[in-house]
Design a protein around this ligand. Sequence first.
Ligand SMILES: Nc1ncnc2c1ncn2[C@@H]1O[C@H](COP(=O)(O)OP(=O)(O)OP(=O)(O)O)[C@@H](O)[C@H]1O
Length: 285
Amino acid sequence: MSAAPLVGAAREDHAVDGVPVLCAREVGVVRDGRPILSEVSLTVRAGEHWALLGANGAGKSTLLGLLGALSHPTRGTVDVLGHRLGRVDLRTLRTYVGHVDPRHALRSPLKVRDVVLTGLTNSVERVPRWRPTPEQLAAADDLTGLLGLGHRREALWPTLSQGERGRALIARALMPRPRLLLLDEPATGLDVAGREQLIERLDTLRQSHPELASVLVTHHLEELPPGTTHAMLLRDGRCLASGPVEEVLTGDLVSRCFGHPVRLFRAEGRWSVRTGRTAAAPRTD
Ligand SMILES: Nc1ncnc2c1ncn2[C@@H]1O[C@H](COP(=O)(O)OP(=O)(O)OP(=O)(O)O)[C@@H](O)[C@H]1O
């Protein structure tokens, strides 16, 4: 596989010769002698939007940590734009991946605009003596507007609602113009309005950044944006199914994934789930 350059103007050249944005092969993770992930493979291409679904403890966050170059696999390989984890500095790879973690540990009363700018310094707090260029300021303002926070740019972080914080963190993650956006349960704790605004903004983002790829972790199919193109179902650290949503998000497979019989419904692009008495049998172990 030919590798895409990691530096300079080449960053604008997204789908270089069809090199996947991300390619994990036969990945395994062992922690404290216990297998957490086993033989998981995933290829994400530019413009694809993946849902990563699984029950509590299935290994979703562990997999997201590998995809975000936060940790190394015990077995298998992970390539970001053709550059292999372990051969290229993790920090370099991380600049190509925007990781949105709702547990963002910011303590200072930074303004929304400043929080978004910390995406450029890859820091939680503002870096002393670092000053953004006018272009960087304009980019931060564009992204806050895109995420529906244009009227809250001057608001202080502690005063934001949870939904506003989540959207500010997505704008922050997009500042370095990543190729891949990782979203770890972005709708957790949001009320209906907050969840719907988030989903709407994610779909707007997908239209305005057509080359961006994303992986969204959730337990709830109701939280998937209509633009979701692919899904992976994880069960007990293993891939149960993976591929286009039409093939993977079926009552049978989702029932097996969560160990509970369900039926799926899709209306206006959104999914909903009901207990299905006649759905596939629950997990067999
Ligand atoms: N560093 C670690 N050491 C030991 N066990 C770990 C470690 N990290 C995760 N685990 C275990 O690995 C399993 C998978 O954890 P992970 O957080 O990836 O699951 P998840 O699918 O994201 O779960 P949830 O939906 O509850 O957030 C869990 O049983 C967890 O306790």
